[in-house]
Design a protein around this ligand. Structure first.
Ligand SMILES: CC(C)(COP(=O)(O)OP(=O)(O)OC[C@H]1O[C@@H](n2cnc3c(N)ncnc32)[C@H](O)[C@@H]1OP(=O)(O)O)[C@@H](O)C(=O)NCCC(=O)NCCS
Length: 400
């Protein structure tokens, strides 16, 4: 979609705005207030959820619409834990992939494979959708942890059903239980990434669901969408860039050079937030704390310098403000928690699975609107006109 504006010199500028500001559907799952830097899940502020909730409780809230009572959370935790195992064939398939395969590609095909094992795959019943959703939320963590070990030549570690979802993820990749402190910080990161209204991958998942395709088809499309560097792929890029920059005294030159060449500083800017992204504020605090715990404060310090210098230089260049997004500080948080840079974006998919599933259910069962309909936007054809001489069909032997 394009937007045309006339600038102060009378020059007409047309810009592609990629559906920004276009209302696609109503949702009751989460809301972003980009002007005031607020995010809420089912009416609860992300800041409160990060402070008081757990990933499991937040996942329940997103899926069922309200916070669980004690009995409900116990049952939900048990359901999630019981779905952690993945079929042997999936593990074998992961072993057959090249260690250099991209983790998001591996994830996409593993999820497709998991569909073969879901007894509810083609059921259009709402409870069946919740069961499929719980399987996906649970198994996606096992798939990525298994892949991380296998690609590094290590043995696959089976899930530990006594741990929380996020602590079990760390256990499956590192082979040891995380400390309570690290587990808590990573659990907060899981909460913060669980949903974000109509972001690109959720929109795609809902588009696929609107065709009545099954949940696994919608989720694999969402994974492909999240892999892009303008979306979830930014967190891996942030960490690679921090490593490339190397030392705090190199940050200023690096940022200036990147911006002066018209390049993007990963982890900065957002299509919705015109002020601080509330998730970035929380992750910034965690990054600083992890820097102290791990005795490696430089990753936090360098990230903070990227933020400050980008803000200053961007203002000079574009006469506008820019703010960090969720990917800027999550990179150093994951790195310091011992997670390999190559799986950062897949970890985002592990966390966002809850949001995708909740939105697919909302889309299919028209929970927030009168009737579910097929998404079918329109486009303006600006190619050659059919009446044009150059479009007269010529047999191939006569074409020059
Ligand atoms: C997320 C993103 C795609 C949003 O883009 P957007 O909606 O077009 O952003 P805005 O409308 O606020 O800004 C557009 C302008 O700012 C520039 N800009 C935005 N983010 C920038 C960044 N991180 N570094 C440098 N320039 C940036 C754009 O190039 C564009 O410049 P132009 O007007 O001269 O063409 C963009 O900020 C970006 O690419 N960020 C880096 C990737 C990233 O971190 N993605 C994760 C998002 S959660």
């Amino acid at each position: 979609m394009t937007e045309t504006k006339v600038d102060n010199n009378g020059q007409i500028n047309t810009k592609n705005i990629g559906l920004r500001g276009i209302h696609v559907a109503d949702t009751m799952i989460s809301g972003v207030d980009g002007e005031n830097g607020k995010l809420e899940y089912r009416g609860y502020s992300i800041t409160d959820l990060a402070k008081y909730s757990s990933f499991e409780e937040t996942a329940y809230l997103l899926l069922y619409g309200d916070l669980p009572n004690q009995k409900q959370i116990e049952e939900f935790k048990a359901e999630l834990a019981n779905e952690r195992d993945i079929p042997d064939l999936v593990v074998q398939t992961l072993k057959s992939r090249s260690p250099s395969a991209l983790s998001m590609d591996v994830l996409q095909s593993a999820i497709s494979l998991l569909a073969d094992y879901d007894p509810d795959l083609e059921s259009e019943d709402k409870d069946a959708h919740r069961r499929k959703g719980i399987r996906l939320i649970s198994k996606v963590a096992t798939v990525i942890a298994a892949w991380d070990r296998i690609r590094n030549g290590l043995e696959y570690i089976k899930p530990n059903k006594t741990l929380s979802h996020s602590a079990n993820f760390l256990y499956m990749i590192n082979g040891e239980k995380p400390t309570e402190e690290i587990a808590k910080y990573i659990d907060i990161a899981f909460i913060l990434h669980a949903d974000h209204s109509f972001n690109a991958s959720t929109f795609v998942a809902r588009g696929v669901a609107s065709t009545r395709a099954h949940m696994y088809a919608a989720v694999t499309a969402a994974i492909g969408t999240l892999s892009g560097i303008l979306h979830g792929g930014a967190n891996t890029r942030v960490m690679k860039e921090l490593i490339e920059i190397g030392e705090p005294d190199q940050v200023e030159n690096w940022v200036k050079s990147r911006l002066n060449k018209g390049g993007l500083v990963m982890g900065m800017g957002h299509a919705q937030y015109k002020t601080n992204d509330p998730r970035a504020i929380i992750l910034k605090g965690i990054s600083e704390k992890l820097g102290t715990i791990t005795n490696e404060p430089k990753w936090y310090e360098m990230t903070q310098m990227i933020e400050e210098i980008t803000k200053k230089e961007f203002l000079k260049l574009k006469k506008r403000n820019i703010h960090p997004n969720v990917d800027l500080y999550s990179a150093s948080v994951y790195y310091m928690a011992g997670i390999d840079t190559e799986i950062f974006t897949s970890l985002f998919a592990v966390q966002r699975m809850v949001g995708w599933v909740a939105h697919i259910i909302e889309e299919k069962f028209a929970e927030a609107q009168p009737k579910a309909v097929l998404y079918r936007p329109s486009s303006t054809y600006i190619g050659r006109s059919c009446g044009d001489e150059s479009c007269k069909y010529e047999p191939i032997e006569k074409r020059k």
